[in-house]
Design a binder for this molecule. Structure first.
Ligand code: CA
Length: 369
């Protein structure tokens, strides 16, 4: 570049900067603004990955924004009841919340498909649906009438089938069974003749121990060990057909989210995605050791659901999903999109995941069984 041209260009650039800073003064002030938000969750205090994940989200967001967003996190019941999170975010009592979409099924039935679908997608599949298959846009559409914006914030991976006080041999054994189980899986159990109870985490153990409920599912070994369910029920069943990859959510009041400058919205989205990935990693890393401890130290009776029982549940699940989808237009729209994406994943999975796990099946083993 000629020296004269260079001077001309840098001079012009300098002039632009000066003019720009004069025009952009309000934007500079906006950049200095600190957003102090409150987050409410459905989780008990200090509950690993779930509550600590919500706290991690707040901490990381503060780090990456240089302190421009500071979120004070309240566990379930500290500010609002555990199942009051969605309403508190929707009406603007707080700016954000953390929970799972199936907890608000009474308000947003279509939301259930974004937490977990019985015999549906695993963590890898549901994340692919959210980020690369149009799932997140549909979720935003489902929550839009409530002025709530959702983001995936965690994933449990495949859950356990649950803790039962009696052996489960056939589908008939669900008749009259009182079980704590949320979401679409709960509706399948109801269809099988069970009585479904929805309890927040803090009330499950006591209900099981006192026989108020006959069975409960919760998450997986990492959390189930900590909850002490092995002291209240004899049989620990697998696999978690009802929750093969449950998504945990962070939700934002629309007005609060939109009040953020674009770069802070981008930071919120990025940290939600990071926390989603971190959470699944924590579950995957922790579940094996916890399961081994349940078996060897606490002598838990680990049982696989019989194939015939699983097949019967699968039939009921298909019927249940169609019935639930018929209840409102958004549920139907989401269900059809989910089914289509699951087929797409299945085509690829038939030559990737499935044969791969078939080949190395003998490397999956539990000591002491
Ligand atoms: Ca569960």
């Amino acid at each position: 570049m000629e020296r004269r041209d260079f001077l001309k260009k840098t001079g012009a650039a300098a002039a632009t900067v000066v003019a720009g800073s004069a025009i952009a003064a309000p934007a500079v002030l906006a950049k200095e603004k600190t957003y102090r938000w409150k987050m409410v969750t459905t989780w008990p205090p200090n509950l690993p990955v779930l509550q600590t994940g919500a706290e991690r989200f707040a901490k990381r967001l503060e780090e990456v924004t240089g302190g421009r967003i500071k979120i004070q996190v309240f566990a379930g019941g500290e500010l609002v009841p555990p199942f009051g999170v969605f309403d508190a975010v929707s009406d603007g009592t707080v700016e954000c919340g953390s929970g799972a979409a199936y907890y608000w099924a009474g308000k947003v039935p279509a939301g259930q498909w974004f937490s977990s679908v019985p015999f549906g997608l695993n963590a890898q599949g549901i994340n692919s649906w959210f980020y690369s298959g149009g799932g997140l846009e549909l979720w935003e559409e489902a929550y839009a009438p409530f002025n709530v914006i959702p983001r995936p914030q965690g994933n449990t991976g495949v859950q356990m089938g649950g803790w039962f006080r009696k052996e489960m041999k056939t589908i008939e054994d669900f008749k009259g069974l009182k079980m704590r189980i949320p979401g679409l899986g709960g509706k399948v159990i109801a269809k099988a003749g069970g009585t479904v109870v929805l309890l927040p985490a803090g009330e499950i153990f006591t209900s099981l121990e006192r026989g108020v409920i006959d069975a409960t599912e919760w998450v997986g070994p990492l959390h189930d060990l900590r909850m002490g369910f092995y002291k209240a029920a004899q049989f620990y069943y697998y696999p978690g057909w009802h929750e093969p990859g449950t998504c945990l959510e962070v939700i934002f009041n629309k007005k609060a989210y939109e009040s953020l400058p674009k770069e802070l919205q981008a930071a919120v989205d990025a940290i939600a995605m990071e926390t989603n990935f971190w959470s699944l990693s924590e579950f995957e890393a922790g579940n094996g050791a916890a399961l081994q401890e349940l078996i060897t130290k606490h002598k838990v009776n680990l049982v696989r659901f019989p194939d015939a029982l699983l097949n019967d549940l699968r039939k009921l699940a298909k019927e249940t999903l169609e019935e639930e989808a018929d209840k409102d237009a958004m549920s139907r729209k989401v269900h059809e999109a989910f089914k289509k994406f699951k087929e797409q994943i299945g085509v690829w999975g038939s030559v990737s995941e499935k044969p791969y796990y078939d080949v190395i099946a003998d490397e999956y083993s539990l000591k002491g069984q």
